[in-house]
Structures are given as structure tokens and as C-alpha cells.
Design a protein around this ligand. Structure first.
Ligand code: URQ
Ligand code: ZN
Ligand code: ZN
Length: 468
């Protein structure tokens, strides 16, 4: 089954050019001017449209058991929604319980993820430490296609990694040529602040951001970065939300350290006024960690993205419906943390990034796919329109408009953090593994059509550079 995309303008991270594209056997087979239509091919007229690599969302949580419940979005519904928004690959997280074998957790998530409609991969959480974790990290890198390990510096009592775990795991990642990633919030401080704020009688969602101020994130980001500096290992900070964390990343990068930062579409355009809304459902619908920040932070995050100090955009897609959020009525500490937007990332970035002049189209491709593909060693299989690359493509209509709403989105969540946002620029077609799966608003996805994508390790650093 082949597909010809004709008359469009290809936008890659490095350049923009007019050409047709032929896909077959799941790959991009040819790129050129006036290509002949292969026999029986599906033809997409992309005149006036942009042909770009499908998005890679490096941060999702489908089907995650968390805070006494399980996210409402499973791997099929979540990846289907991703495809409707032009994202053709997700990197989700296998998160072991304390004491659980990391291989067992990885196997569990691999099984759940088999339902995916698009390609996927898995970061693996390091939530505790022991000889078996040390050993199993190697197995996952060697045989499991894993080159990134995630550490939650927050969520005390659930899966928090203390400094001892960070040091052990970062060292091991370095030996294996894998990259450590961190959720940067000081979990001890959050725990204490939550208690103090709750005891002061602040029990509603407005207590959530008060218990996790920017300094809590800045401290943790800086600590993770400095640990990585001493151990001479790269580090990737997930969901950077504030100037304090961005400054820590920027400073380290200026010193030549290999530090990467991810920003979520939500944190670029939503601020913390949402938590002061008197409607519990609305305020709790925005409860995630780190929280949305006061209005001076989003412009700083845009600057970080523009300057290249933040390289990737994700969503931290982690959906809880209103009945799940209600678990925290009367105690903000029990509101399940998470919001959903895997379907909206590309259109929000285009509308608020490209159309405002903050990002060029090529930079849009960098921050929505190419950089993630390079950092997580998927490039050039993903993240570029090139002969031989996977046929994961989005055909972008820059003039199409829509209004985002939970009533019309494809995500399995009854709430949208972007409710009412006017969008200009959406996918007209999404192609996943060479198949057209989204056409002018209609999904044609298949459960289980996605494949696990191995991410090989980087050359183990120990091979060419000695630590002091
Ligand atoms: O912290 C995360 O990344 C997960 C568990 C989702 N929830 C959240 O509030 N960000
Ligand atoms: Zn997190
Ligand atoms: Zn997350």
C-alpha cells in the first residue's frame, strides 16, 4: 500500500523545499519533484500545505496507575488522539513500584503498549536502588531498546528518588551510554509545604501551587544538573516550568555541560490563575506537577525554547476525569496529578509559536520531533522527512482553524486545559508507518498497529573519556 503526497512543501529541521513524497512498506521511498504516481497509490494533494515529520511526544503516561487510580487514557485511545493531532510517536514511562523489578515493570508496560495505534518507546523509572536494579539496567539497555532512565525527585512515599539513588543510577547510566532524566522538584520540601499549607486551612486546589513554588523546582533541577556534572553524564530535565529551573539549565549549558530541557505545551500558554478559580472541577483539572506558574514564567520558557536552551516539547499526557480528580475534594494533596494534551501539542506550538513569529517552521520541527529524535537516538529513523526514514508524516494545513474543546477532542478525558483556545494551523492528514490514519478530521486507526521502537544506547562515555 503506497502513498503519494504531491505538491506540498517539505519542512525539515534544517531546510524547507518543494517536493513530492512516496511512502511504501512503512518507509519514505522517494522524495523529488513531479514524482510519478505508483500503481494503486493513495494520493494526497498537499498543495499549499507543509509536509513535516510526525511529532514525537517524549513524555506521556498512558494507563498509568498513580495516586490511587489509573489514568483514563489507555495506549490505544491515547495514541489515536496523538495521531489526530499530528503526533506519530510517543515515549511513555514504565514505572516500577518501590522494590519491583525494573524488568518486570518494563514487561508490563510493553504488554499494555501493544494496543498502541502509533509507534512508541519506553523510558524506565528508577524508583529504588539495589544490585538487581544495577544489573537490570544493563539488560534493558542491551536487550530492551532503552537508553533513558527516569527519576522522580518528588512524590515522596510513592516513587521519589533521593540523592543516593540519583548518584547510583546516574553513574550506571553513564557506564551504559544511557541518559538519566529527572522530574525536578524537591520532594522533601513539597511534602513539608503540603502539610503546612493544609494545616493552615488551605485545602482546595489553590494549595497545590503554593506547596510547590518555583524555588522547589529550581533547587532540584540545579541539584540533578550538578550531580550529573560531577559524574560527567548528560542529563535531561523533563517538564521545565519556571525561570529558576531554566536558569540552572542555561548556566550549565553555557559552561559546556550536556544538559537538555523539555517544556510542555501547557506551561507555555497557561498560568497559575487557573488554581484560583472557584469551580473545583476547573481548578483540579489543572492540578499537575510541577504546577502552572505565574504569568512571568511562560514568556521565559518561550525564550528558553527560542534560544535553544530548551530543546523538546512534550505534554506529560496523564489524564484523569472529573470523578478521579474528585478524590482530592477537601484535600488538594489527594487530587491525582496530571493533565492531558497529547492531541494539542503541535497545534498549540504552531499557533502560539510559529504564527506569532517566536519560532520558524524549521524550529517548530526541531522542537516537536527532530530534537527528541536526536536526544533519544531515534534519528534519522524518526524526526526527518528523508529517504529511508519511517513514513511518519504530518501534512499541515497552516490556514485551517478550530476551537479546542473537550467536547470535540479525541482524548479520553472530560476536560481540556486549552478549552476555548482558537487555533490556526492543524494537521489535514497524518501518516503513521506509511498508512493514512487521519484525514480532514476523521481517524482511521488500528488497535495494535504501532510498534515498539528500540532506542540504542549512545557510545558508552567510559569508552572515550575517563572521569577524574
Ligand atoms: O509527574 C509526572 O510526570 C507524572 C506522574 C504525571 N503527573 C504530573 O502531574 N505531571
Ligand atoms: Zn513529572
Ligand atoms: Zn510525567
Amino acid at each position: 500500500m503506497s502513498v503519494l503526497i504531491s505538491g506540498g512543501t517539505i519542512v525539515n529541521a534544517d531546510r524547507t523545499f518543494a517536493a513530492d513524497v512516496i511512502c511504501d512498506h512503512g518507509r519514505i521511498m522517494a522524495i523529488g519533484e513531479d514524482l510519478e504516481t505508483p500503481d494503486g497509490a493513495t494520493v494526497i494533494d498537499a498543495t499549499g500545505r507543509y509536509v513535516m515529520p510526525g511529532g514525537i511526544d517524549p513524555h506521556t503516561h498512558m494507563q498509568l496507575p498513580f495516586m490511587g487510580t489509573v489514568t483514563s487514557e489507555d495506549f490505544f485511545s491515547g495514541t489515536s488522539a496523538a495521531l489526530a493531532g499530528g503526533t506519530t510517536m510517543i515515549i511513555d514511562f514504565a514505572i516500577p513500584k518501590m522494590g519491583q523489578s525494573i524488568i518486570e515493570a518494563y514487561d508490563t508496560w510493553r504488554e499494555w503498549a501493544e494496543q498502541s495505534a502509533c509507534d512508541y518507546s519506553l523510558h524506565v523509572g528508577i524508583t529504588w536502588w539495589g544490585d538487581s536494579v544495577h544489573r537490570d539496567m544493563e539488560t534493558l539497555v542491551r536487550d530492551g531498546g532503552v537508553n533513558s532512565f527516569k527519576h522522580f525527585m518528588a512524590y515522596k512515599g510513592i516513587n521519589m528518588a533521593d540523592d543516593e539513588i540519583l548518584v547510583s543510577s546516574f553513574m550506571r547510566a553513564r557506564e551504559l551510554g544511557a541518559i538519566p532524566t529527572v522530574h525536578a522538584e524537591n520532594g522533601e520540601l513539597v511534602d513539608r509545604m503540603q502539610q503546612i499549607i493544609f494545616e493552615r486551612g488551605i485545602t482546595g486546589p489553590e494549595g497545590h501551587p503554593l506547596s510547590r513554588p518555583p524555588a522547589v523546582e529550581g533547587e532540584a533541577a540545579n541539584r540533578a544538573i550538578r550531580i550529573a556534572e560531577v559524574l560527567d553524564v548528560p542529563v535531561y530535565i523533563v517538564h521545565v516550568t519556571c525561570r529558576e529551573a531554566l536558569d540552572a539549565i542555561t548556566r550549565a549549558r553555557l559552561e559546556g555541560q550536556r544538559v537538555f530541557g523539555e517544556v510542555l505545551a501547557g506551561h507555555l500558554v497557561v498560568d497559575d490563575s487557573v488554581y484560583r478559580n472557584e469551580d473545583f472541577r476547573f481548578a483540579a483539572g489543572h492540578v499537575m506537577s510541577p504546577p502552572f506558574r505565574s504569568a512571568e514564567h511562560p514568556p521565559a520558557l518561550w525564550q528558553g525554547l527560542q534560544a535553544g536552551n530548551l530543546q523538546t516539547t512534550g505534554t506529560d499526557h496523564c489524564c484523569f476525569n472529573a470523578d478521579q480528580k474528585a478524590l482530592g475534594k477537601g484535600d488538594f494533596r489527594a487530587i491525582p496529578n496530571g493533565t492531558g494534551s497529547v492531541e494539542n501539542r503541535m497545534e498549540v506550538l504552531w499557533t502560539h509559536g510559529v504564527r506569532t513569529g517566536r519560532l520558524t517552521m524549521n524550529e517548530f520541527v526541531q522542537v516537536t520531533s527532530a530534537n527528541a529524535a536526536q536526544i533519544f537516538n531515534l534519528y534519522p529513523r524518526k524526526g526527518v522527512i528523508a529517504t529511508g526514514s519511517d513514513a511518519d508524516i504530518v501534512v499541515w494545513d497552516p490556514d485551517a482553524t478550530k476551537v479546542i474543546s473537550a467536547k470535540t477532542h479525541h482524548m479520553n478525558i472530560d476536560f481540556s486545559i486549552f478549552e476555548g483556545m482558537e487555533i490556526t494551523g492543524t494537521p489535514s492528514h497524518t501518516i503513521s508507518r506509511g498508512k493514512v490514519v487521519f484525514t480532514d478530521g476523521k481517524l482511521d486507526v488500528e488497535r495494535g498497529a504501532g510498534r515498539y521502537v528500540d532506542r540504542p544506547p549512545y557510545a558508552p562515555v567510559a569508552n572515550f573519556r575517563q572521569t577524574a
